[in-house]
Design a protein around this ligand. Structure first.
Ligand code: ZN
Length: 446
């Protein structure tokens, strides 16, 4: 699977046409806009840019992988959806990247908020958590210069795309619907081993917990222009994009990135399909590539198989979205919570930072998006979604921060990787659930 240059060529052609149409529409439309009741009309602009690294880079996600990347398996993109209603904006950014480690969320956000004149709550800067993308860093003293250069260029590119999306907003109607996918699997595998005292000992390792719970919900939002032309399919699913595993040295969007590409290619028409990673801290793909990448003749590569399954479900759900609404409001909120810290994480990893989580919420009509600057385990996410007053709540992780694993209290007794590396104490998740619920209820008030 390589870049389908023909699709991108068509996209460019559509873009030129779109620019022409926008110019004509803008010329004739200014009178009509002035007469619109501003609070009632929902508007949206979409933008997308290639962010595939052009030089070898350090890839994020596995501390064991020290070498620089070797080539490109499939392209990376930045996708922007900018909503506006009555002067209030909400900008969703989906990046084909691991996340904003090395304190990059604050630095990139500050640059974008200033450049694009956005309020802090109006920007949901999110990553799909692919483990085959460049490490983001602005620390020239510590990290590879190609990564620092990449991160600076990326910040400019995201700013360009946000401006492009905000400048191209037009009246839209939106609708959401849910489907289900088995692509994600609980990864907390119980292992029973004989202890030194003769008693068997239970522990949790990163593996395959085939009977363990997951969040199978696939949420899709369809965005269409007033003439019915669909311009975006937003997808949200809880699964690590790690099917390529730590042995992979090629740049890739992995499962969520490949699902975005699958949906865009097969729905066609220049439609953009930004993905968001749900609460997938303990959810891995159903399987990974065979170590060493050796496959039998006729074997469908795992990332292709799994992303296609997910992409087909997204398309099925998308095609069933019939109930579209063109009204707002657009409302946003942001809060950073100081949470109880775990006294001594057993395995403080490079991802363990201060025990703070930023929550950013946006209401678009009768649908909610709520983003968390941490890696949330699925049970916490389910509790937030179940408690939401909205019919559809797109729960997004790796959004506006990268604070580490946020796990439900009952898993602390079991331990395992997510608990050992978490900066948070057991009671932290309940505080996040409570605050997220309060923010969603506030956004839902008439
Ligand atoms: Zn992860």
């Amino acid at each position: 699977m390589h870049t389908n240059r023909r699709v991108y060529g068509l996209f460019e052609e559509c873009r030129i046409l779109l620019v022409l149409c926008l110019w004509v529409a803008g010329f004739f439309g200014s009178q009509a806009r002035a007469a619109e009741p501003p609070s009632a009309v929902l508007r949206c602009g979409i933008a997308k840019a290639d962010i595939t690294p052009t030089k070898p880079v350090q890839m994020a996600g596995y501390s064991s992988r020290k070498e620089l990347s070797q080539g490109v398996h499939d392209p990376l993109s930045a996708r922007v959806v900018a909503f506006e209603c009555g002067g209030k904006r909400a900008v969703l950014v989906s990046l084909d990247n691991l996340g904003f480690y090395n304190d990059t969320a604050a630095q990139i956000r500050a640059a974008l908020l200033e450049r694009c004149k956005l309020e802090p709550s109006e920007l949901l800067l999110c990553a799909i958590h692919t483990h085959s993308a460049p490490t983001l860093t602005l620390n020239a003293g510590k990290d590879h210069p190609n990564n620092v250069e990449y991160t600076k260029t990326l910040t400019t590119t995201i700013g360009d795309q946000i401006e492009r999306a905000l400048k191209s907003t037009k009246p839209v109607s939106v609708g959401a619907r849910r489907g289900y996918s088995p692509v994600g699997m609980n990864r907390r595998e119980k292992v029973v081993e004989p202890g030194t005292d003769g008693q068997s000992k239970e522990s949790i390792r990163l593996g395959r917990n085939a009977y363990g719970p997951t969040d199978k919900e696939v949420l899709v939002m369809k965005i269409a222009r007033a003439d019915g032309t669909a311009i975006a399919a937003i997808l949200d699913y809880a699964c690590h994009s790690t099917s390529l595993g730590p042995g992979n040295m090629a740049v890739s969007g992995d499962i969520l990135g490949l699902a975005e590409q699958f949906v865009e290619k097969n729905l066609g028409g220049g439609l953009t399909a930004p993905a968001f990673a749900g609460a997938s801290g303990d959810i891995d793909p159903w399987f990974r590539v065979v170590p060493g990448f050796k496959t039998e003749a006729g074997w469908v590569p795992e990332p292709v198989l799994l992303s296609t399954m997910l992409g087909e479900e997204v398309m099925n759900v998308y095609r069933d979205i019939k109930d579209l609404s063109s009204s707002g409001p657009v409302r946003t909120a942001i809060a950073t919570l100081d949470l109880p810290a775990q006294a001594a994480p057993q395995d403080p990893s490079e991802y363990t930072g201060p025990a703070k989580v930023t929550i950013t919420a946006a209401r678009i009509g009768d649908t909610a998006f709520i983003g968390f600057g941490c890696e949330m385990l699925h049970a916490v996410g389910l509790e937030i979604k179940h408690g939401s007053p909205f019919k559809h709540t797109f729960l997004i992780t790796h959004c506006n921060g990268a604070a580490g694993y946020l796990a439900p209290a009952d898993l602390y007794a079991q331990g395992g990787y997510e608990i050992q590396t978490s900066p948070f104490a057991a009671e932290a998740a309940a505080r996040v659930v409570e605050r997220a619920g309060a923010m969603l209820r506030e956004l839902n008030k008439d």
